[in-house]
Design a protein around this ligand. Sequence first.
Ligand SMILES: Nc1nc2c(ncn2[C@@H]2O[C@H](COP(=O)(O)OP(=O)(O)OP(=O)(O)O)[C@@H](O)[C@H]2O)c(=O)[nH]1
Ligand SMILES: [Mg+2]
Length: 307
Amino acid sequence: MKFFSGLGEKLRDGLRRSQEYLGAGLGTVLEPERPIDESLWEELEELLIAADLGAVMAADFVNRGREEVMYGTVTRAGQLRPVLRRFLLDTLGPARPLALDARPSVILMLGVNGSGKTTTCAKLAAALKADGRHVLLAAADTFRAAAIEQLETWGQRVDVEVVRQAAGSDPAAVVFDALKAAMARSADALIIDTAGRLHTKTNLMDELAKLKRVIQRQAPGAPHESLMVLDAPTGQNGFAQAKMFNEAIGLTGVALTKLDGTAKGGIIVRIVRELKLPVTLVGVGEKIDDLQPFDPARFVDALVPEQ
Ligand SMILES: Nc1nc2c(ncn2[C@@H]2O[C@H](COP(=O)(O)OP(=O)(O)OP(=O)(O)O)[C@@H](O)[C@H]2O)c(=O)[nH]1
Ligand SMILES: [Mg+2]
């Protein structure tokens, strides 16, 4: 049950760089007894932008802060901390757990090259297995033999069966087989790894649309999750990519990886707000258990702790 009981400390570790960055900045800007003046708003806005919340949201927050001051609810800088926490929580909305009710629940991982798709598939497979679920992996990245082997190696390590075909075969055929196997064995979940592709390559986006059609035909209602795997350090560039993937095949959410490698954890807030997609999973390291369901409350606690 470890996946869903949540590993708050892990998230905290993964966000260390963001936390140190924002934490140190907020510590200075929101000095508890500091009076509120124009320079404070400027410093705060800069800090939020630098943490990757984006200019629009930084300005929004400053406006909200100014309102609080106008109403007299805030008179000292330290009182803006809970206002910031509330603002982030409101923007993030409630947690949106992965859709895992169907049997099999079909989870499609997609995204650009190197974003962490294969690793996230393996981590998720391990987490669901540890949760007592019967999981299958499908090696639908048939572009390179190495990609299939990479997933197989993970499969062996986490003791999850990998449905595969030879390199160069049609990914749709792999997915067809895998789904058939998952249904025959009453598996709880089928996690599909796909090849990295640029959103600008029409033929590859068409291939993805075809994959989705094959799945839909075979199992109405599936795929239950089409997750865009984005890596946090890519930041803003990932937005354009995710938008195009969303338009081309429809996404249900984002799995944000490499959150441990950036000081800009604020990107999560922008994803939710600008892409209007929930972040369902976060990757906080390269190890098998470095994956967490995204929990907005925990995230805000880690990023902007109460003092
Ligand atoms: N630090 C860190 N590294 C990660 C995380 N997730 C994945 N990685 C690393 O990112 C690199 C690429 O991961 P893959 O899972 O192979 O990425 P991919 O999207 O499958 O790549 P392609 O199949 O080539 O498109 C590997 O070195 C992973 O260990 C994460 O959450 N944190
Ligand atoms: Mg891969």
